[in-house]
Design a protein around this ligand. Structure first.
Ligand SMILES: NC(=O)C1=CN([C@@H]2O[C@H](COP(=O)(O)OP(=O)(O)OC[C@H]3O[C@@H](n4cnc5c(N)ncnc54)[C@H](OP(=O)(O)O)[C@@H]3O)[C@@H](O)[C@H]2O)C=CC1
Ligand SMILES: N[C@@H](C=O)C(=O)O
Length: 266
């Protein structure tokens, strides 16, 4: 007779630095064994050793470039076949902040491949497995830039807007199941992403920057409070309700079936 496993495993992509590394620590503190995914093996292995020792859990480092089809496929297979996986943190992401018209195809393609394609493929692999067990949590990390575009963020903001809409749709699809999707929309957080993006961290208004620890702890507090959408830095929670009400009213306004009167089409 087989017994259900008592192990619980979280997969964190982009765990080698920044927000992902803190997620790894906090989920280990909550008793999860970890599968840590990124390209830098030395960083992943150091983190795996550190969190294992600190929290008495098992942590495995998997070196993968999630812009590459075969590497994404390896993580998809784990999600589809490892019945102990309870959490997927879709954190790996990159930003190249420059005018889209001046951006090379590589920088456009890598942002789309990592921020959209990899996140979507891993989520799509996790969902059927989680639904079959009627249990599981997917944390999708978008950005405040999902609802805001700058002259240097057209591609990045576009990728994060995808994460927002994809996650919102999934939440509705999965509403009657035990599978949860938390959509996280951080504002500026002090990580390596900035220096790599072309906008140095030191150039930002330091008062607008959150620490990675505060960001992840707020996100997990939101999760514990049952939030499906978490804006870690937004003090006035009614702002999202108002945004949603305006968005919903705008969508309802599109359902007219005829040109708006201001266009004077008879
Ligand atoms: N910092 C901020 O201000 C904000 C960040 N975010 C989002 O948070 C998430 C985490 O970013 P953050 O912690 O800030 O940045 P970091 O640059 O510190 O972390 C990014 C992580 O993604 C990994 N990564 C990058 N490219 C690849 C790849 N091709 N394959 C696999 N892993 C990859 C990196 O590891 P490695 O290089 O070893 O592969 C690293 O672990 C991203 O999705 C970002 O868009 C959202 C809003 C604000
Ligand atoms: N990662 C940041 C931009 O590069 C952000 O999402 O604000």
């Amino acid at each position: 007779m087989t017994h259900p496993s008592s192990k619980k495993v979280a997969i964190v992509t982009g765990a080698s630095s920044g927000i992902g590394a803190i997620y790894a620590d906090r989920l280990a503190a909550r008793g999860y064994d970890l599968i840590l995914v990124a390209r830098r093996a030395d960083r992943l292995e150091a983190l795996a050793a550190q969190v294992s020792k600190a929290h008495g859990i098992k942590a495995e480092a998997i070196v993968a470039d999630l812009t590459k089809d075969q590497d994404v496929a390896r993580i998809e297979t784990i999600l589809a076949t490892n019945g102990d996986v309870q959490i997927l943190v879709n954190n790996a992401g990159l930003a190249r902040l420059a005018p889209a018209a001046q951006m090379g195809a590589d920088d456009v393609g890598s942002q789309i491949a990592l921020n959209i394609t990899a996140l979507t493929r891993l989520t799509q692999a996790a969902v059927p497995a989680f639904v079959a067990r009627n249990q599981g949590l997917i944390i999708n990390i978008a950005s405040a830039l999902a609802v805001h575009s700058l002259p240097i963020s057209a591609i990045y903001s576009g990728t994060k807007a995808f994460v927002l809409q994809y996650s919102r749709g999934l939440q509705q699809e999965l509403a009657e199941t035990g599978v949860k999707v938390q959509l996280l929309l951080p504002a500026s957080t002090a990580t390596e992403i900035w220096d790599l993006s072309g906008v140095p961290l030191a150039a930002l208004n330091q008062e607008t920057l959150m620490t990675t620890e505060h960001m992840v702890d707020a996100a997990l507090a939101g999760l514990d409070q049952g939030e499906t959408i978490t804006w870690p830095s937004v003090a006035d929670a009614s702002l999202w309700d108002k945004y949603e009400a305006a968005r919903s009213a705008l969508f309802a306004g599109t359902q007219a079936g005829k040109p708006a009167p201001r266009y004077k089409i008879v």
